[in-house]
Design a protein around this ligand. Structure first.
Ligand SMILES: *[C@@H]1O[C@H](CO)[C@@H](O)[C@H](O)[C@H]1NC(C)=O
Ligand SMILES: *[C@@H]1O[C@H](CO)[C@@H](O)[C@H](O)[C@H]1NC(C)=O
Length: 199
């Protein structure tokens, strides 16, 4: 009993989660069709750009005990393209330093998957010309800090251009939605489950 076993417990757990929430049908095959699965995060490469910036506010959310809140993200990038996108990461530290210790040498640059993303042009149709965009993300309490990252290169060949400040829910002990822990290896999938949320 060894080798190749990592996906089985995850699959079972995911099936339980999917069935748990009756918002969705109990069809595991659909996991592969989630928009998030289009992101080749394991291929991401660093391309931090001095004059690119991304910032998120407010820094502390859920001050009145809310478990979901809208966050504004402002970004600027001097070499914009219509396939630039913004990923939401939680915990906020998501680069190589979050990779499992024993895998760090061979690990990709980024070891955690974004919990949500939007194209930079989502609400700023001129982004590809101006390089300026504003986005809004509805977040649920993740019990960990959250950061936003701007990627160029589209979803299939992401290049990390800029990382935002971290933000955090002020009530980290508030009721949580079902959530699977992050896999131990970079190639295990993270399943985050929330309700009333459009992924
Ligand atoms: C925004 O980006 C997407 C993805 O690249 C693209 O399909 C869409 O046409 C763009 N919209 C505008 C207004 O440029
Ligand atoms: C990851 O990011 C932190 C700051 O958030 C930085 O100090 C560290 O050097 C980065 N690690 C890698 C491997 O890029």
């Amino acid at each position: 009993m060894d080798g190749g076993g990592t996906s089985r417990p995850l699959t079972v757990a995911a099936a339980m989660l999917v069935c748990f929430s009756n918002l969705f049908s109990c069809v595991l095959g659909h996991i592969g069709e989630q928009p998030l699965s289009k992101i080749a995060i394991h291929k991401a490469t660093p391309a931090l750009h001095d004059s690119a910036s991304i910032s998120a506010s407010p820094v502390i959310i859920g001050l009145k005990g809310e478990d979901t809140e809208w966050v504004s993200v402002e970004l600027e990038y001097p070499h914009p393209s219509s396939d630039d996108w913004v990923g939401v990461f939680s915990p906020a530290k998501f680069n190589g330093s979050s990779c499992p210790e024993n895998k760090r040498d061979e690990a990709p640059f980024i070891c955690s998957a974004p919990i949500k993303y939007k194209y930079a042009n989502h609400s700023s149709p001129d982004y590809a010309k101006t390089g300026k965009a504003s986005l809004k993300f509805q977040l649920i309490n993740q019990r960990a800090d959250i950061s936003f990252a701007l990627f160029a290169g589209g979803l299939s060949n992401p290049k990390l251009v800029a990382v935002s400040n971290s933000i955090i829910f002020s009530n980290p002990k508030a009721p949580l939605y079902p959530r699977l822990a992050q896999g131990k290896a970079w190639d295990e999938m993270t399943v985050t489950w929330t309700s009333g949320y459009d992924i």
